[in-house]
Design a binder for this molecule. Structure first.
Ligand SMILES: *Cc1c(COP(=O)(O)O)cnc(C)c1O
Length: 397
């Protein structure tokens, strides 16, 4: 058993294990099931059994949620069938009609869609704010502000938010009700940023990414502190949010090796980001872990590490030449999501959907996920991509 003082890698290896309940086998098996039988009517009527119905919890889900709660230092964790479902659960747990919700303009785009389409239709007032606003956020608070939604660094554009300043402002506000803070912590995970220690109320992550780690599951995990846990737990049950048992098992399998994987993602991504920064075709590297890069000071102050995900902005160049760059890449796949063992690249353009701030990239932008391949091979691959870009730019084909 991991002790109170155990380091993260030890907790990941030992947390959530209940081997004695499984004949000594190390891993909690996949409990498949809907109905749970009670011994007699008295037991059924007492309603105090840990397991009552498949939707609520099984020993398999408990193993994963116990481990995540321990890592996050929270009051409890609930699972969802995707990271996006974790986001909707957290928001629905805290808001009601008439509330005002502030969301960072750098937010994961589907979160924006949920807020604009679903929350707004339910009578919730949605407002976006500059991710770099810091303590000035207090000027946006209203009488009915209920949730301050954070994501750091921001999806694709990688702005580091000043979480301590934002949380302090939220706690100081005297409105109709207290303001709760939610952070989408998918980039850093609990390993690199323990959000609840910074006063955030609910932290969530797409388990699809680094918990799974192998691009073979969809999963989400949401962890609450004491004051929001009753709300989160109640809403999670009411919504019927239960991931498939196989996915939970794969989440458990993945999370055991998360620390060692993340350390490699971090090292390779920093190496490649530094290499990219020296390229004449690149105008800016958006990686908060990179010394001198945007957000690095805040990252250094608050975070313990960085992952495999960062972006670059090219020098002004025809978009077709960026396509040529991407199409030449052999080891980098073109596809959505990230967090697996493989490297990925995706072009993006936030100027089309930002609303509180204007995105003015000097040139086209691409987001990379650096996987667990050898970074030398990845650099060679990128190098051939730049050759294609140059040929395209110079009109050679
Ligand atoms: C991928 C992602 C999500 C959503 O996770 P899914 O499991 O794909 O639904 C949410 N937030 C961020 C920052 C992500 O990168």
């Amino acid at each position: 058993m991991a002790s109170k003082n155990s380091k993260t890698a030890t907790r990941l290896a030992h947390g959530g294990r209940t081997s004695n309940d499984h004949y000594g086998f190390i891993n909690t098996p996949v409990y498949r099931g809907s109905t749970v039988l009670f011994e007699n009517t008295a037991a059924l009527k007492k309603r105090d059994a840990r397991y009552t119905y498949g939707i609520h919890a099984t020993p398999t889900t408990d193993s994963l949620t116990d481990l995540i709660t321990e890592l996050e230092g929270g009051a409890g964790t609930v699972l969802a069938p995707s990271g996006m479902a974790s986001i909707t659960t957290a928001l629905l747990a805290l808001v009601e009609a008439g509330d005002h919700v502030l969301i960072t303009d750098s937010v994961y785009r589907p979160t924006r869609r949920f807020a604009d389409k679903v929350l707004a239709a339910l009578g919730v007032e949605i407002e976006y704010y500059d991710p770099l606003i810091g303590a000035e956020i207090s000027h946006l608070f209203k009488e009915n502000t209920r949730v301050l939604f954070l994501e750091t660094p921001g999806s694709q554009t990688m702005e580091m938010q000043d979480i301590p300043a934002l949380v302090t402002a939220a706690k100081a506000h005297k409105g109709r009700r207290e303001i709760y803070t939610i952070v989408d912590n998918t980039w850093a995970t609990a390993l690199f940023f323990r959000a609840l220690d910074f006063g955030v109320d609910i932290t969530l992550q797409a388990g699809t990414k680094y918990i799974g780690g192998h691009s073979d599951i969809m999963l989400g995990a949401t962890t609450a502190n004491e004051r929001t846990w009753p709300l989160l737990s109640r809403t999670h049950t009411a919504l019927g949010m239960c991931p498939g048992t196989e996915e939970v098992f794969l989440g458990l399998r993945g999370i055991r090796t998360m620390e060692v994987r993340l350390r490699q993602h971090m090292a390779s991504a920093l190496l490649i980001a530094a290499w990219l920064r020296e390229r004449p075709e690149v105008s800016e590297v958006l990686h908060p872990g990179l010394p001198g890069g945007p957000g690095h000071d805040i990252w250094l102050r608050d975070f313990k590490g960085s992952c495999g995900l960062f972006s670059i902005i090219f020098e002004p160049v025809n978009e077709a030449c960026v396509d040529a760059f991407l199409d030449t890449l052999d080891l980098f796949g073109l596809g959505y999501s990230w967090g697996g063992f493989e490297s990925l690249a995706i072009p993006f353009d936030p100027s089309t959907y930002r609303s509180a701030t204007e995105w003015v990239g000097k040139g086209p932008a691409v987001r990379f996920h650096i996987g667990l391949e050898d970074p030398d091979d990845l650099i060679e691959d990128l190098d051939s991509g730049f050759s294609s870009l140059a040929r395209c730019r110079d009109g050679k084909n």
